[in-house]
Every structure is written in C-alpha cells, then in structure tokens.
Design a protein around this ligand. Structure first.
Ligand code: PMP
Length: 395
C-alpha cells in the first residue's frame, strides 16, 4: 500500500471515527507470530501483543484453523439455544481454574460488570448491602460501573453521576483492607498483577491474607485477570502462583487468541445467585469466539514453560539496563508481564522504540510496559534490549 493510501486512511479515520483513541500514526495490515507489518511493509516486533491480547502470537495457525472451521459451520444463533463450543469452553475453563461455572461475554469490562452484578446479587440474598471494595491504581474497564471500580479521576471525570457503593483501599496493604471492610462489604476486587497501574504484582503473602479476610467475613473475592491471566505470568491464571483461588475470576484479552471474548468463572454457590433472566448478552459465548478461545487455551498451555523461561531471561536482561542507567528506578515483572519504572515520562522512549521497529507502550506515565506474546524467544528479547539500550544511551 502506498504512503498516500496510508495518509488517506488516517484522514478518513479522523473524519469518520469518534476520536476516543490517541493513535500512533501507523496503519498495521498484517500479523504473524511476534511480528506485525505496516502499509509500507515495515516489520515491527510486537512487545505489547495488543496489551495482552495476542498471547499466542499473531494469527496462530491453530487459532486461525479453529476460526475458519467454525465460521464455515455456525457463527451464532442466540443464547436462547444451546451451542456446543460454548459448553466445551466452559468445561475447559472450569477444569483449569478450580472454579465451577462460567458466563461468557465480549470484553473485560463486561466480565467485570458481570462479576460485580453477581457478587451483589449473591450478597443481597445473604442480607448484605452490596458495597464493593477495589484497589487504588486499579483498572477494571470503561463502562460506567467499571470506571467507578477504577479509582482514577481521568477515567471518571465528566461521567457523573456514577453508580454508588464503591470504596477504594491501597493495594498490597492488608491492614488498610482490614480497617476498610465493614458489614456492608460484599466483595473485594483485585488484579493479582496491576497492569494499567504500572505493573505491580501483589506481594507474596498479600493475596492469601485477603483470601482469609474474605472467608472470615463472608466477602466475595474477585480477581480481575483480564490482563494478567491466560499465561501472561507463566501460569494460566496468575493466582496459581500465590496459592489462592478466588470466588470469581474475570478474563478477556488473551482468552480469545485475538478474537473478542470475555468470561467470568465463579464458584457454584455464588454463581447460583444468577437465574434465567438475571443477566445476559446477545453475543456472549457465540460459537466463533468460543472455538477461537478453546484453540487459544490449548496453545497457551503448551507455551507456559517458555513464558516462565523467557520471563526470567527478560527480567535479567532488563536488570543490566537498571544497573547501567540511573534514571531506571525499578524493574518489576511476573513472567512476561514486565514494567520498567523511569524517573520521567516514557512516551518519547516509546516513540523512539517504534521508529526502531519495536512496539511497547507506557502506562502510568513513567512505566514502560512489555507484554510480548508467549512465543517470544531469546533473539527477540536480545534485539529489543539492544534497541532500548541505544535509546537510553541517547538520553
Ligand atoms: N481489567 C483489566 C485488568 C484490564 O487491563 C482491562 C483492559 N486494559 C480491562 C479490565 C478492560 O478490558 P476491555 O478493554 O476488554 O473492556
């Protein structure tokens, strides 16, 4: 595609698409494994994987095959009928999660909406008032309820009045949480690794202590694994590494192998608070998304060892940069969920890395974020680190 066509696409986007995204001026037209390609055929190594969407890599052949086969068979009818891929996917997720029942939707925000609604319905049936506690610096989505669960002014301002019944507590602080709960508290929602908040993994013993607190006070524990789940941290669910199982887990992003799908998986006692008519969505659990997701889950299971090994290699490589450059404040990671905190805003570094052919981004202003596909190899990491070293050396 010529440059003119690229310019045309960018100006058409400005004219026809509502401007909710600050986009990088590139039009990506093709993806394969670790790589994506723009309209000029330039290749980029994707160290973001669509912010944790393409955990299996771009256009993984097994996912593509599953989508093709399903598209030729049945795309969707309606949730008023049964469909095979939905039930098969629910079985897989239940077997893998240690939980009992799944509900399907189309995004992370929707999965969190479902979790909050379910937790409230369950709590109210047990005489509680429905207050939900979430963590400072959390991110749970962009619907009205999930921006309320996300205690950051930039997401909330201008959208008031917001739903009531939310309370915010500092993350990784069990004493603050103990002090913050009350008779009203129905659920606590936590990302085991905060993503948008700047790649902050939960402390080792923190989630266990939260689990205990929830058990003692009949509070529903919800883990939002939309970003940190699906093999991202080296286990299918991040919570496996903490030796804790939540009452509800929410999933999206990597769950579909690139195809949109969200899920909420819950313990059956809690799940039974939803009965026919309580909740639903037209496209949730459609055969096409579920077939893609089932294939992605199989692929992810085979990539977990690589995610652990490459996560370790990545972290150690970044530590050399941490030692070399004073402006690197901290390297934080769990598996292939990796962040480098700088002493300044990282957006110029993101742009320079882009020019060199690497997709990364910056979150919470000062944290460079890396979420490569789980197929990443040493040579990709080495190439990225040496480009980053060059960019850092010019500062
Ligand atoms: N929860 C977390 C932890 C997320 O990182 C995100 C997306 N960044 C969401 C929820 C929202 O997911 P979606 O954009 O699919 O609605």
């Amino acid at each position: 595609m010529s440059t003119l066509e690229k310019e045309q696409i960018i100006s058409d986007e400005k004219k026809y698409v509502i401007g909710t995204y600050g986009r990088v001026p590139v039009v990506l037209v093709k993806g394969n494994g670790m790589s994506v390609f723009d309209t000029d055929g330039k290749e980029y190594l994707d160290f973001l994987a669509g912010i944790g969407v393409n955990n299996v890599g771009h256009c993984h052949p097994k996912v593509v095959e599953a989508i093709k086969n399903q598209a030729e068979t049945l795309i969707h009818v309606s949730n008023i009928y049964y469909n095979v891929p939905q039930i098969e996917l629910a079985k897989k997720l239940v077997n893998l999660s240690g939980l009992d029942k799944a509900f399907f939707c189309n995004s992370g925000a929707e999965a969190n909406e479902a979790a909050i609604k379910l937790a409230r319905k369950y709590a109210k049936a047990n005489g509680k008032e429905g207050e939900i506690i979430t963590m400072e610096h959390a991110f749970h989505g962009r619907t009205l309820t999930t921006i309320t669960a996300t205690p950051k002014a930039k997401y909330q301002e201008g959208f008031e009045p917001l739903p009531t019944g939310f309370k915010y507590i500092p993350f990784n602080d069990i004493d603050a949480l103990k002090a913050g709960i009350s008779e009203k508290t129905s659920a606590i929602m936590i990302e085991p690794v905060q993503g948008e908040g700047g790649i902050h993994p939960a402390d080792n013993e923190y989630l266990k202590a939260v689990r205990k607190l929830c058990d003692e006070n009949n509070i529903v524990l919800i883990f939002d694994e939309v970003q940190c789940g699906m093999g991202r941290t080296g286990t299918l669910f991040a919570y496996e590494q903490y030796g804790v199982v939540p009452d509800i887990v929410t999933l999206a992003k990597g769950l579909g192998g690139g195809f949109p799908i969200g899920a909420m998986v819950a313990k059956s006692e809690i799940a039974s608070a939803f009965t026919p008519g309580s909740h639903g969505t037209t496209f949730g659990g459609n055969p096409l998304a579920c077939a893609s997701s089932a294939a992605a889950l199989d692929v992810i299971s085979e990539l977990l060892d690589n995610a652990v090994e490459m996560g370790e290699y990545f972290k150690n490589s970044l530590k050399t940069l941490e030692e070399k450059y004073e402006f690197v404040k901290e390297v934080r990671s769990l598996g292939l969920m990796v962040g480098i905190e700088l002493t300044f805003n990282g957006s110029d570094i993101v742009s320079k890395m882009f020019e060199k052919g690497f997709l990364i981004n910056c979150t919470s202003d000062t944290v460079l974020r890396f979420l490569p596909p789980l197929i990443v190899e040493k040579e990709h990491i080495d190439a990225m680190i040496s480009a980053l070293d060059e960019v850092f050396s010019e500062i």
